[in-house]
Design a protein around this ligand. Structure first.
Ligand code: ZN
Ligand code: ZN
Length: 243
């Protein structure tokens, strides 16, 4: 049984429809013991939170976290450049309990080349990318993970393919969990099994933007059970402790 949901949005994400209190109520009703709020990062052009909202939420989370339901403060940071730049500094990360990092089509690109490579190509729904582009995307994420303050790689391979063997090596070295996301799993079965065999740890999250989806682990759980990798899922039967 999955007891922790560490990818939840609130109204601070402009596409989030639930308040923190509504998230808490839903989580208690589902029997969760740990939740994590990870609103869209600052450079997300259509749904990103603001520094002011994030700071206020942080105070609210600290006040409302209990031994019965631990609430972690996180964010869903964005990749902004092929050079590995993300929209969260080390200092900002230090104030949080954990950091999810994911690719989003609507994140502000760092430069014009990044706009074409990340925003434009990611929006076109291309089925097959050239190996050199896969290599570029992989190197960007590898660099971002090597900052050492990313804890979870959210929905890997969404819109942009990655060499998951290279990602897996860094994930192991830097204690990054690979997410099986409740809305989208874009890795192939073969890639997931390979990661498992390498010793990668996973996390199953809902990515809920509405209160009815808090603790909805059905998609990730189905994949993990079918592939026999549940023993590598960090939130299976327990809280997650980030180091
Ligand atoms: Zn996302
Ligand atoms: Zn999300």
């Amino acid at each position: 049984m999955i007891l922790a949901d560490l990818h939840l949005h609130t109204t601070n994400s402009k596409d989030g429809k639930q308040t923190l209190d509504e998230v808490i109520l839903s989580a208690k009703n589902k029997g969760l013991v740990q939740i994590g709020i990870s609103d869209h990062g600052y450079s997300h052009l259509t749904a990103g939170t603001t520094h002011k909202k994030q700071n206020a939420l942080l105070q609210e989370i600290r006040a409302k976290s209990t031994s019965e339901l631990q609430i972690l403060a996180g964010i869903e940071a964005n990749l902004n450049s092929l050079d590995g730049t993300i929209d969260l500094t080390r200092e900002q990360a230090k104030a949080l309990d954990y950091v999810n990092l994911g690719y989003h089509k609507t994140a502000m690109p760092k430069g014009i080349g990044d706009f074409f490579a990340l925003n434009l190509l990611g929006s076109l729904g291309i089925k097959k990318f050239s190996l050199s582009m896969v290599d570029k995307y992989t190197k960007a994420f590898v660099k971002a993970l090597k900052t050492g303050y990313v804890n979870v790689l959210a929905h890997p391979c969404y819109c942009l393919p990655l060499d998951m063997t290279e990602i897996g090596k860094v994930a192991i070295d830097y204690n990054v969990l690979i997410e099986l996301n409740g809305k989208r799993i874009n890795m192939s079965d073969e890639e997931i099994v390979k990661l498992y065999q390498m010793g990668v740890k996973f996390i199953i999250n809902s990515d809920a933007h509405t209160k009815d989806r808090v603790g909805d682990f059905s998609r990730g759980l189905a994949v993990a059970q079918r592939l026999g990798i549940l023993d590598s899922v960090a939130n299976n039967g327990k809280k997650v402790e980030f180091v």
